[in-house]
Design a protein around this ligand. Structure first.
Ligand code: MTE
Ligand code: QUE
Ligand code: MOS
Length: 754
């Protein structure tokens, strides 16, 4: 059950794009970024930069042979600035030199004259100026206003969540190599090889069949290499195309943090209405998404926010509106959860507010309103096989949560009664999660292909559209294939992801890498098996269905028939049986009517519950997440060790977003935290000292490959609970719902109270 990739990582033998040999005759590309957030370019002077020894050429917008356009969903993003700049970090010129040092020196000599305009940084302000990426969207269920009018309790408030840097260990990187006839081969660190292929083709003015994108693995991505890898691949390709020699671009950390998009910050207004018992009646919400200067994937992210407006709860009347607001920061992009975490934070903040005004316990409100099978989501789909209550109840039973919470409540009550307040305060929070799996409304992406070769020695090579980024998709597919062919995982090799072998790939995103590509690989195995069994059936004059494979052998009616896998393969080859197969999988039964915002956008939902305990130093504002207990619904896990890593890693990344990671800008839109030294990340010391994760294991999910469930993104949202546990521990229940709850911010809340 050990992921074999791990050994190579730990020994330093894994080779990333930048670890490959790069020829001395190749060119190195470094980009010159706009130092100004908004304005018209009056003059760009590259003359001194061109004189630096080793500099070969410098490209600006007018030098692009194809289209200067890398917008994917909406065509609103130039590769290189033309007349104006829209954010600090916007590429303005690309320098190509014999060495990276020469290129960097040249960057320092570029002079730009910009007529500066005041930037817009706040999404509410952008909204008021009608700076929208796309028309506002509204999802409606029932009649929220009528329900609010009849409610006993109506909680209103605001919630804000911040940006998040992906901080993949491997920065953005691409090596482009020109091949014959002007074709270009790219080794790219991208989650979306076809997207790189498409944008490089467009920018270089070439047909897609001339661009080959190869992806071995990524040193982490988290959504940050889905749309955002295109830019750097285009720069590498342009250099290779113009020079005829290989061209390499590797962003150093500070350039990467400056120029690439992050998680979208959101500002939101909410109203949550309930009856006297705490049953939710209505939820009204307005989301202001800070999209940055161009669309990128913002409209799809916004949609996922709307889909998750009521989180894991059932609310019969909902009115949810969302605006994607154009501002002068980097175009924000996909990040684990893809807009859903922002929605879930707002809803759980609304629950805290409802508890505060009603005096009803938070956990009572949460539990009373958890989604049940048959409940309708705001988008009209009914919850099928809902497991929210099962996860919640199991967490209570397995971790003895009532007792744990009572112990903390007792301390707090004693402090209140005696007035003797300890320096250290404790708090807790439960965080249920429900996350929809599928590329919602972008249904064309819910497809994958796999290409399998069985070689004459019985070894197997598998190509799919899935990109390995540390999440273990390659190993999961290897296990699916090995299990299907009845051979050892060691006999199966996962090839690189390559657009020439498997075309029109969907990005490895939306947690669906294994669901889609694993299913396609399984289908390809079945095709090969069917041919092998038919061949044996003809040989032995019996039926194909009598045969099966397992433990490296052929079985007939459940009995080993003395033919090994290797013998079977070589005999079949000798009789000219096709030993390769390509299969195509597309998720069934998805539909959505955008005119009414109703349909079935997800194949299924994943559920879970997390419980956190935090301890706050009320003097300093510092804190520790002491306890994190999780019950997570995985269906039938393909590899529990990989999935455990995903749950723990995702949750810690979520805790980081909610409690410490903070992107700050000057009033002029200059990032203040775009370096590893100024951006605070969770580290090993941030990991809860008592972290436990268990799975709801017995359940088979008939909507995904081998009964499994997608795992990549959902656990991220557990981290939201850490915010509320800290808030309670600090005794700052009345403070604003403004994330991240950094020690600085908490210190401010505590001073205000004192
Ligand atoms: N895990 C690791 N180690 N590295 C990553 O970059 N990305 C996450 C998640 N887990 C990521 C990760 C994101 S954003 C997604 S969408 C999924 O992995 C993608 O892979 P999957 O579809 O195979 O789960
Ligand atoms: C979740 C996702 C994605 C998504 C929708 C989801 C995603 C993604 C796209 C997308 C949408 C339209 C496009 C496109 C991509 O949608 O990652 O190229 O034209 O890329 O619910 O994770
Ligand atoms: Mo993940 S944000 O869908 O790459």
């Amino acid at each position: 059950m050990i992921n074999p990739d791990t050994t190579y990582h730990v020994m330093g033998l894994t080779r990333y794009v930048d670890d490959r040999d790069f020829p001395a005759r190749g060119l190195h590309c470094v980009v010159y970024f706009s130092p100004i957030a908004k304005g018209k370019i009056r003059d760009l002077d590259t003359s001194d930069a061109r004189k630096v020894p080793g500099v070969v050429f410098i490209l600006t917008a007018k030098d692009i042979p194809g289209k200067n356009q890398i917008g994917g969903v909406i065509q609103d993003e130039v590769l290189l600035a033309e007349d104006e700049v829209a954010f600090v970090g916007m590429p303005v010129a690309a320098i190509y030199a014999r060495t990276e040092d020469a290129a960097r020196e040249a960057v320092g000599l570029i002079k730009i004259d910009i007529a500066e305009d005041p930037p817009v940084l706040d999404p509410r302000e952008a909204y008021n100026r009608n700076e929208l990426i796309a028309p506002v969207r509204t999802f409606i269920l029932g009649d929220a206003d009528a329900a609010i009018a009849s409610a006993v309790y109506v909680a209103e408030g605001r919630a804000e969540s911040g940006a998040q840097e992906h901080f993949y260990l491997e920065g953005q990187v691409c090596v482009a190599t020109p091949s014959e006839e002007g074709n270009i081969h790219l080794s790219s660190a991208t989650q979306a090889p076809t997207s790189v292929q498409r944008s490089v083709a467009k920018v270089c003015g070439l047909a897609m069949n001339r661009i080959e994108v190869d992806v071995r693995r990524l040193g982490g991505a988290f959504g940050g290499k889905e749309a955002q890898a295109n830019t750097w691949a285009c720069f590498a390709a342009l250099g290779a195309q113009k020079s005829g020699v290989p061209c390499r671009i590797v962003l150093r950390r500070s350039d990467d943090m400056l120029a690439t998009g992050k998680r979208h910050p959101y500002a939101s207004d909410f109203t949550l209405a309930m009856d006297g018992s705490g049953k939710f009646l209505a939820f009204k919400v307005m989301y202001y998404q800070n999209a940055g200067a161009a669309a990128d994937l913002s409209t799809s992210v916004l949609e996922r926010t709307l889909f998750h407006a009521t989180a894991s709860y059932y609310v019969p009347n909902v009115h949810a509106t969302a605006a994607s607001c154009r501002t002068n920061i980097t175009p924000n992009t996909a990040f684990r959860g893809f807009g859903a975490p922002q929605a879930m934070f707002v809803f759980d903040a609304a629950i805290r507010e409802a508890s505060r005004i009603s005096g009803l316990r938070v956990e009572t409100l949460q539990h009373k309103n958890l989604l049940k099978t048959g409940d309708t989501f705001v988008y009209g789909m009914a919850a099928e096989n809902a497991r929210a209550c099962r996860c919640w109840d199991k967490a209570y039973a397995y971790y003895d949560l009532s007792k744990r919470m009572r112990a903390i409540d007792d301390i707090r009550r004693k402090e209140k009664d005696t007035g003797q307040v300890s320096r250290y305060g404790r708090g807790y929070a439960l965080m249920p999660v429900c996350f929809g799996i599928s590329f919602a409304t972008a249904f064309f992406l819910n497809q994958a292909r796999a290409h399998i070769h069985v070689y004459t020695d019985g070894s197997v090579g598998v190509s799919t559209g899935a990109v390995e980024m540390g999440q273990g998709v390659n190993h999961k597919i290897r296990e699916i294939v090995a299990d299907s062919l009845g051979i050892a995982p060691g006999q199966v090799k996962l090839e690189s992801t390559n657009t020439t072998r498997v075309s029109n790939t969907s990005p490895t995103a939306a947690s669906s890498g294994t669901d889609l590509n694993g299913a396609a690989a399984l289908m390809a195995c079945e095709m090969i098996k069917a041919r092998l069994f038919k061949f044996m059936a003809d040989e032995y004059h019996c039926a194909s269905k009598d045969f099966s494979l397992g433990t490296g052998r052929l079985y007939k009616k459940g009995k080993a028939c003395g033919v090994s896998w290797e013998e079977l393969v070589i005999q079949a080859y000798g009789s000219r049986v096709q030993l390769s197969a390509e299969a195509h999988y597309s998720t069934p039964d998805l539909h959505f009517d955008i005119s009414v915002e109703k349909g079935r956008p997800f194949a299924y939902h994943t559920y879970g519950t997390a419980y956190f305990e935090a301890e706050v130093d009320r003097l300093l504002g510092t804190y520790r997440i002491e306890t994190a207990y999780v019950v997570h619904d995985l269906g039938r896990s393909i590899n529990p060790i990989i999935d455990l890593g995903q749950v723990e890693g995702g949750m810690i990344q979520g805790i980081g977003w909610m409690t410490m990671e903070e992107m700050r800008y000057t009033d002029l839109g200059k990032p203040l935290t775009a370096t590893a030294g100024t951006y605070k990340m969770p580290d090993i010391f941030s990991v809860p000292s008592d972290m436990q994760v268990i799975f709801l294991e017995d359940d088979y999910n008939d909507k995904a490959v081998k009964g499994s469930k997608a795992v990549g993104e959902p656990p991220f949202m557990y981290g939201i609970g850490a915010f509320f546990a800290i808030k309670m521990a600090a005794g700052c229940e009345n403070a604003a719902y403004c994330a991240p709850m950094t020690p600085e911010r908490l210190f401010g809340h505590l001073r205000k109270r004192a």
